[in-house]
Design a protein around this ligand. Structure first.
Ligand code: NYM
Ligand code: MG
Length: 209
């Protein structure tokens, strides 16, 4: 019986870090096995690749846009086997951003969609994508907004558009402007059945199927 792969996506300051943490705690409280140190975040900033990404995001270095895209993808590949292993052990893995962010931010900067998708082809596919929807205006009012690259209205609006393009009927779209508990309950209502369903579906699918 495998665990479920649950990915949270959204623009900056949409509450992904808070909600992935609350969600992980709620799963554990319900007796569901969760991978150690969950939620796992991308970019994972402490690996060698992640350190280069972090230097870029904090304006300490410049990178070619295609090189940056491949580094974000490499940063996920570094973790791919750990994700599969945890799922096979029956642990649910909660991710704060994944390949959808990789595509959304790169396409928003003008890179071709098909080229962007290639780098992540073959990564473990999520059982559900939880999309926290927040308007750029509401995001701009949240704490610390604007401290990193991309945290401006122009970029966030462009990123939101690409997310909309990537969205399928399997995504759970949640209004992230609601209060913290309401957002969590909405996610739990839909994600609990996903965890149950993963248990009876041994196969772990791959992107982009
Ligand atoms: N980001 C994140 C990308 O541009 N591509 C990716 O593949 C991923 C995973 O990194 N503004 C961007 C989105 C964010 C920034 O992420 C840092 P976070 O979740 O804000 O720490
Ligand atoms: Mg951010």
């Amino acid at each position: 019986m495998r665990g479920a792969l649950i990915v949270f996506e959204g623009t900056d300051r949409s509450g992904k870090s808070t909600q992935t943490r609350n969600f992980t705690n709620a799963l554990q409280a319900a007796g569901i096995a969760v991978a150690e140190h969950s939620p796992w975040s991308f970019p994972h900033r402490t690996s060698p690749v992640g350190q280069v990404i972090n230097a870029y995001l904090t304006n300490k270095t410049h990178l070619h846009e295609r090189a940056l895209h491949l580094l974000f993808s490499a940063n996920r590949w570094e973790k791919a086997s750990q994700i599969r292993q945890a799922l096979r052990r029956g642990e649910t893995v909660v991710l704060d951003r994944y390949a959808y962010s990789g595509i959304a931010y790169s396409v928003a900067k003008g890179l071709p969609l098909t080229w962007c998708k290639c780098a992540d082809e073959g990564l473990p596919a999520p059982d559900v994508v939880v999309f926290l929807h927040l308007s750029p205006e509401a995001a701009a009012k949240r704490a610390d907004y604007g401290s990193e690259r991309y945290e401006n209205k122009h970029m966030q609006t462009a990123v939101a558009k690409v997310f909309e393009q990537l969205r399928t009927e399997q995504w759970l779209v949640v209004d992230a402007d609601a209060d913290e508990a309401t957002v969590l309950n909405r996610i739990l209502d839909s994600a609990m059945p996903t965890v149950a369903k993963a248990r009876s579906t041994p196969h772990i699918a791959s992107l982009w199927n």
